[in-house]
Design a binder for this molecule. Sequence first.
Ligand SMILES: NC(=O)c1ccc[n+]([C@@H]2O[C@H](COP(=O)([O-])OP(=O)(O)OC[C@H]3O[C@@H](n4cnc5c(N)ncnc54)[C@H](O)[C@@H]3O)[C@@H](O)[C@H]2O)c1
Length: 421
Amino acid sequence: MKRICIMGLGYIGLPTASMFATKGLEVIGVDVRAQVVETVNGGNIHIEEPGLLAIVREATSSGNLRASLTPEPADAFILAVPTPLLEDKHADMRYVCEAAKAIVPVMRPGCLVILESTSPPGTSRDLLLPILESSGLKAGKDFNFTHCPERVLPGHILDELVGNDRVIGGFTPDCAKRASELYALFVKGNILLTDITTAEMVKVIENTFRDVNIALANETALLCEALGIDFSEVARLANRHPRVKLHNAGPGVGGHCISVDPWFLVERFPEHAKLIRLARERNDAMPHHVVHTVLGLIGSPADAKVAALGLAFKGNVDDCRESPALSVIELLKKEGIRVAVYDPHVKSGPPELCGLEECFQDADCAVLLTDHNEFKNINPDQVAKLMRKRVLFDTRNFLDHNNWSSAGFHVTVLGRGHAAQ
Ligand SMILES: NC(=O)c1ccc[n+]([C@@H]2O[C@H](COP(=O)([O-])OP(=O)(O)OC[C@H]3O[C@@H](n4cnc5c(N)ncnc54)[C@H](O)[C@@H]3O)[C@@H](O)[C@H]2O)c1
C-alpha cells in the first residue's frame, strides 16, 4: 500500500492520517470543511489534542500528508466521519453515507475500504455494502471491506492509537488480513481479527459497558445522598472487593461516544436493550439532579448567578459534544439563573463562556462540572473575594475541599449526603 485516503479530519481522522503519513505512506486527508483543509495544509490543527500539532507538522512538511475537499483514487480508504444522534435518539448515518458515496467514483479494483466510525451493528452489511458495490465492484472479490473501530481516549489519542489492541472485522477473513497489514504499520498492540458485524458490536458494547457502569455509580451516589453517607467512601471500600470496580459518579455522561453509542443498540433492539436504555436515562438525568442541588444551595436570591467551572465533557480536553455541562447551563438558565462559564480548554462556545474573574464575579455558587487540572490551581481565597456567597458544589469530587472550606466556602459534593458533608 502506498496511497491512502482518509475521509474526515477530526479527532480520529487527523491523528490517523498523520500517523500513516509519518510511516511513509502518501495520505490524502479529506474533509468537507474548507477551513479544516486549509488549517491542516498550513501545518496547523483545529482541535486540541496533546502531541497532535507536532505530528501534523511532521506529516505535512514531509509532503506525505495533504488535505483536500475531494477524495482521490487510493489503495485504501478510511471513513472517519461523525456518527452522532438525531433528536429521536436514532443514529445519524448521513455523514457515513455521504463519505461512502464520495469514494465510489474513485474506488479501483483491489482497493481496501475501512469504516472506522462507530456505527450501529449491521451498518457495514446493510447500509454501506450497497453504496460501495454501486461502484460495480464486489466486496470480498474486487475490493476488501472492513470495520476497524477506534477505541482511543481523548487527551491520549496518539499514545493509544499505537498502544491499544485493535479489533478488525472483515467482510471476509482475507479482507481483515489485508487491513491488519495496513494497521501493523503503526499499531504496537495486538491486532485481533473477526467478522465485520462482530467488530461493530464489540465497539458499541465497550462504550455501553462504560455507560451502564457509570449509571450504576451515579445511582449509587444518589442513594448515598439519601442515606446521608459518602459515595466516595462506599466506592473506596467496595472496590477493595477483588471483583468489584465501581466507576466514578458525576454530573452526567458526555462526548461523542459513551453517551451516544448505547442508543444504537436501543434503536435496533428496543425489546431487549432495556437495561441499556435505563442506564442512558439515568445518566441523562444527572444534570437535573445537579441543578436541583444548586437551587437548594442558593435559595432564591434576586438576580442569582452561578459560576460554572468547565464546559468540556471531560477533564483536560476541549471537546464539548454532548457535554453534561451544556445541559446544566441550559437548565439553570430555564430557572432564571444567570450563568457564567470558565473553561481554559474551550476557545469558543456559548455566550456564557468568559474568563476566570468574570465567571466568579458576584456569583452565589460555584459549580465544578469538568475535572480540568487547571481548576486545582484556582485560589479559593482570591475567588471568594469576587463572589456574593461562598458556596461550592463539586460534582466530580475533584477539588481540595479543605482548601475551599478554609477560605470560608460551604462545600457540597455530589454523592455525599448532608450528614457526611
Ligand atoms: N473522538 C473520539 O475520541 C472517538 C473515539 C472512538 C471512536 N470515535 C468515532 O470516530 C468517528 C469520528 O469521530 P470524531 O471524533 O473524529 O469526529 P469529528 O467530528 O471530530 O471529525 C469528523 C470530521 O469529518 C468531517 N466530515 C463530515 N462529513 C464528511 C464527509 N462526507 N467527507 C469528509 N469529511 C467529512 C467533519 O467535517 C469533521 O471534521 C465517530 O464515529 C466517533 O464515534 C471517536
